[in-house]
Design a protein around this ligand. Structure first.
Ligand code: DER
Length: 236
């Protein structure tokens, strides 16, 4: 109950602080926290929202927007050179440098496209998500969206990079085999030890930061992961 209340209050606060009535294009992320974001926006009433278009980050997000009676629009309809005014989304873990782990809901590729198409990105996260260092609380690993045929090679590369026990995300009950994303791809979850994830290369006291003995600066790790053949997007 405390968690739900925390999600809800974070969402309502985020909308209060960051949704300006003059905005016309708003990105909506995925997950359970963003449900409260949409609820808070809908509660503003058509007087505020009727001039706004809402851009989803996947099937769940699309359903949320439609169920709330908000106007749905898709990111591929965004005119060239234009940006969304703001994008709201959740996260699985946040460190105090605002590095995020995303992808618990397997929508990370669309989420990154929408987030990077917005002038402002507002991450809405309850108290459980804040960690001193990524990997501290979110133990499942960095979600990585991959082409299924490349999955074995990606797993090998991740092990060589120091990820312990990277694995293909299994389907839920009722779905034999791997989870399949909205893009028809798989998700590999790649755990790294918290102490192996420096906030950035400049973190004092520890020389490594570019993968030596499995110690990575978050920015260096992100640059390396996205280059693995078969990786479509990473939740970092
Ligand atoms: O997949 C994602 O990155 C989502 O934003 C998600 O992980 C956040 O989930 P939650 O709001 O249900 O905790």
């Amino acid at each position: 109950r405390l968690v739900e209340e925390s999600k809800r209050s974070a969402a309502y606060q985020a909308v209060k602080d960051h949704l300006v009535a003059s905005y016309t294009r708003i990105g909506i992320g995925s997950g359970s926290t963003v449900v409260y974001v949409v609820e808070a926006i809908a509660a503003l009433g058509p007087g505020v929202t009727s001039n706004m278009k809402f851009y989803p980050t996947g099937a769940q997000s699309e359903e949320l927007i439609e169920a709330a009676g908000l106007t749905l629009q898709f990111i591929n309809k965004l005119p060239a050179g234009q940006l969304l005014d703001v994008a709201f989304d959740g996260a699985d873990e946040v460190d105090d440098d605002l590095n995020l782990i995303k992808g618990g809901g397997a929508c990370l590729w669309q989420e990154k496209i929408v987030a990077t198409s917005a002038k402002r990105f507002v991450c809405v996260a309850d108290f459980r998500k804040l960690s001193p260092r990524l990997g501290t609380n979110w133990k499942k690993g960095i979600p990585i969206e991959v082409l299924p045929m490349a999955a074995p090679r990606v797993l090998d590369e991740l092990k060589q990079m120091g990820s312990h026990n990277p694995r293909i995300r299994p389907g839920l009950p009722g779905k034999a085999g791997a989870i399949v994303t909205d893009n028809g791809l798989w998700i590999i979850d790649a755990p790294f030890m918290p102490l192996h994830l420096l906030k950035d290369s400049s973190e004092s006291g520890i020389q490594a930061g570019n993968g030596d003995n499995g110690v990575w600066a978050v920015d260096a790790l992100a640059d390396r992961l996205i280059k693995i053949p078969g990786v479509a997007e990473i939740g970092l």
